[in-house]
Design a protein around this ligand. Structure first.
Ligand code: ATP
Ligand code: MG
Length: 132
């Protein structure tokens, strides 16, 4: 399966405010578009920390984390040694990383980065920069 630019991706790229909300029905392509956007962000900025969080670890593993790894393989971006399965962190060669975790399992204060919250229950996903 190949991943293409969609209207969801165009919408995300057009958002410039600090907090960005992406709405759309089930399987509208929100998660995939956000991940494509975040991967591009990581690859074009050095040392960026990006967190993708969701209500539960199983939801993340079945959803965003699996989609992320699929996209990375599909686009031939995936490199052995960059993905830490135990920590759920993919570190790019430019030191930017994308991590997946459940809120409250980790406190990240003083880290400048991008946080993406993927909701299971509502048709909304939010990208917010983490406050320092
Ligand atoms: N850009 C894309 N290119 C190819 N396939 C896509 C793309 N976006 C979405 N899809 C397909 O549609 C499916 C659903 O997309 P996605 O999981 O992003 O929807 P969603 O809006 O997050 O849905 P939910 O509200 O259930 O979380 C994906 O698993 C994938 O198969
Ligand atoms: Mg989703």
């Amino acid at each position: 399966m190949s991943y293409q630019a969609t209207t969801a991706l165009t919408k995300i790229q057009a958002l410039k405010k600090r907090i960005r909300v992406i709405q759309g029905g089930t399987s509208a392509g929100k998660t995939i578009a956000i991940l494509l956007y975040l991967i591009d962000l990581a690859q074009t900025h050095e040392g960026l920390s990006i967190s993708v969080v969701s209500e539960t670890i199983p939801h993340l593993k079945r959803g965003a984390r699996r989609d992320f790894l699929n996209i990375m393989h599909e686009h031939r971006f995936y490199q052995d040694g960059c993905w830490s399965r135990s920590d759920n962190i993919y570190t790019f060669k430019n030191r930017s990383y994308i991590e997946f975790f459940q809120p409250m399992t980790r406190v990240r204060l003083g880290v400048l980065g991008v946080m993406c919250y993927l909701s299971t229950s509502v048709i909304m996903s939010v990208i917010v920069p983490m406050t320092s």
